[in-house]
Design a binder for this molecule. Structure first.
Ligand SMILES: NC(=O)c1ccc[n+]([C@@H]2O[C@H](COP(=O)([O-])OP(=O)(O)OC[C@H]3O[C@@H](n4cnc5c(N)ncnc54)[C@H](O)[C@@H]3O)[C@@H](O)[C@H]2O)c1
Ligand SMILES: O=P(O)(O)OC[C@@H](O)[C@@H](O)[C@H](O)[C@H](O)CO
Length: 544
């Protein structure tokens, strides 16, 4: 059986095998969506399929919505060519519950998909209420946009430049209202998107390439809003065990692909059951009744607290700790790492002892309860094929949110004692140790992609694993530093440019008073094979 319009005409085949199918009239909804689209989502990746697309399907099934989603892909159009189009935009969501049961849902709420060029007309339409984004933390950058600033809205090439160009069309069409909703794991994510749009609008107005009112439009919240959000649902890359379940049912053509841009995509997506989407209720052109699908609409202050709780304390920092140490210790699965006493103890330390005291209760979610569930139910879920390698992707873009905010809170509050921080500096040191691309057994290790890889590589290239003479020829440098457990002045100097980089850590670690501790932990872990484990273990026993 194939996942497409033709295959889905045989509803019995699917229902007999336990698939939940779309109940709405897809043809009618496709036509209505074509005539008056309400929601375009940028970033046709896994979380989009697993969460917003499924939520919209629920509302279409209940008749609460009458138009579906338009997916937009401006970074990796191979996803559309290889995954969306061959399956008529359908996908299968496999929900992997912690009790081992599996729920299979065919999601048909995406009605069309386009490259960014294909959105020009849609952005002029009155009906459009929401443009949402899951394009990763690095997607909001404006560096390298100098040509776009000179060329203007119609000829922009960068991602953010093209989005600003679409907004300019909406402005020209009559300053029509819209909500631009970032759903990425960045702190104050709405502001990241606003800053990017403001930068382009400002430059284009300044250079006489856009009507003067454009900047005013972009920054007028009653016209263009950039609500903040907190999104949560662990959605790993499509896993082989899940593919097997689908193939055993008799489905064909479901194999995952890895695109040239390194996106892991498939006509199915696997995710946990737990999910939260907390959104600032600021939609100048109205919005569907998404609260009926469980979205939590609230004010900005509450979103900020919820996001700080999740992204900066109770989930994502712990994920990053598992990512760097998992890769160093040879793990391939997050749930396996949760059985490792040293790692579990590190997470408890970072979560309960170091993170929670800096968190303000958002009211709508209880931080301690949230953290308990993360550590006892969600991360240990053995059915979820999540890997440290996925989470280690782009770590340089995540540290300032995942740890920097807590460090800042310790710097600012007289009630929080920076000297108590041990787990957080150990993770930062662990990340530097990870960047050496040698695991704790002394074997070369493939690193997950990171936009700062080259820069970091150059900064750290002189440092190599102590006690590993065979590594010398790999680096080929005559001025190799081989840490021997205790940091000397050369190691300190070599690490200085990284540790003082506030763009990476959110703060200058020297100013925060943490640079020495990170240097010590790093030096110890780089002293030779087995030292990562030994350092972790010592921390767990309270010896650090
Ligand atoms: N997967 C999860 O568990 C999860 C949960 C909550 C939030 N998120 C957020 O969603 C983001 C995407 O996660 P995913 O699971 O969909 O990942 P994915 O790898 O499946 O998809 C990534 C998407 O981002 C796009 N993209 C990547 N780099 C880009 C760039 N430089 N500019 C523009 N677009 C770019 C890709 O084309 C793709 O559409 C995460 O980075 C995170 O911020 C993910
Ligand atoms: O998606 P990223 O790359 O920002 O981070 C990797 C994971 O930490 C993240 O995807 C979590 O699974 C997610 O934030 C859970 O809600």
């Amino acid at each position: 059986m194939e996942l497409n319009e033709k295959g889905l005409r045989e509803r019995k085949w699917w229902t007999e095998r336990g698939y939940k199918l779309p109940e709405f009239d897809r043809k009618a909804v496709r036509e209505a969506t074509g005539r008056g689209p309400v929601w375009v989502h940028f970033g046709a990746g896994n979380i989009f399929r697993a969460f917003p697309a499924r939520a919209v399907q629920e509302l279409l099934d209940q008749g609460i919505m009458d138009r579906g989603l338009v997916a937009a892909e401006g970074y990796d159009t191979e996803i559309l060519e290889r995954v969306n189009r061959p399956h008529d935009e359908y996908s299968v969501l496999v929900t992997l519950k912690a009790d081992g049961t599996v729920e299979k849902t065919v999601v048909g709420s995406v009605l069309a998909s386009y490259g960014l060029d294909g959105l020009k007309e849609i952005f002029t339409m009155d009906s459009l209420q929401i443009a949402s984004f899951t394009i990763t933390e690095k997607g909001y950058g404006v560096s390298g946009a100098e040509e776009d600033f000179k060329n203007g809205p119609d000829r922009a090439k960068t991602y953010m430049g093209q989005v600003a160009g679409l907004l300019y069309r909406r402005f020209l069409a009559g300053r029509k209202p819209i909500a631009m909703v970032s759903m990425d794991n960045c702190s104050h994510n709405g502001d990241r998107l606003l800053e990017a749009m403001e930068t382009f609008a400002g430059k284009w107005c300044e250079n006489g390439l856009a009507d003067r009112g454009f900047l005013e439009y972009v920054t007028d919240r009653s016209r263009v809003a950039f609500p903040w959000t907190m999104i949560d649902k662990i959605t790993p890359r499509p896993g082989q065990d899940v593919l097997k379940i689908l193939e055993e049912d008799g489905l064909t053509g479901m194999e995952p692909v890895v695109t040239a841009k390194n996106t892991y995509a498939a006509p199915f997506v696997n995710a946990e059951e737990c999910e939260y989407l907390v959104i600032e209720d600021d939609f100048p052109n109205g919005r569907p009744a998404l609260e009926k699908a469980g979205f939590l609409f609230t004010d900005r202050e509450t979103v900020e607290k919820a996001e700080k709780m999740k992204v900066c304390t109770c989930l994502n920092p712990l994920h990053t700790a598992l990512a760097v140490f998992g890769c160093l210790l040879g793990y391939k699965k997050i749930s396996e790492e949760m059985k490792d006493r040293d790692l579990a103890s590190l997470l408890r330390r970072i979560g309960y002892e170091e993170g929670l005291p800096a968190v303000t209760d958002p009211g709508i979610l209880d931080p301690r309860e949230f953290l308990d569930t993360v550590l006892t139910v969600r991360f240990p879920n053995p059915f979820l094929p999540d890997s440290p390698q996925r989470i280690a992707t782009d770590t340089s873009q995540k540290l300032f949110v995942r740890f920097g905010e807590t460090i800042k809170a310790y710097m600012e509050s007289p009630d929080l004692d920076m000297d108590r921080l041990r787990g957080i500096p150990l993770v930062l040191a662990g990340w530097l140790r990870y960047r050496m691309a040698v695991d704790d057994d002394g074997r070369l290790m493939e690193l997950s992609p990171d936009p700062m890889a080259e820069r970091l590589g150059r900064r750290l290239e002189r440092i190599q694993l102590g006690g590993c003479l065979q590594m010398e020829h790999i680096r080929g440098s005559e001025h190799v530093l081989r840490p021997e457990g205790v940091p000397g002045p050369e190691i300190r100097e070599a690490l200085r440019p990284v540790l003082s980089d506030a763009a990476v850590f959110g703060v200058d670690l020297f100013k925060a008073g943490l640079a020495d501790r990170v240097t010590e932990y790093f030096t110890e872990m780089a002293a030779g094979p087995g030292m990562v484990r030994r350092t972790l273990h010592a921390l767990g026993k309270g010896e650090k």
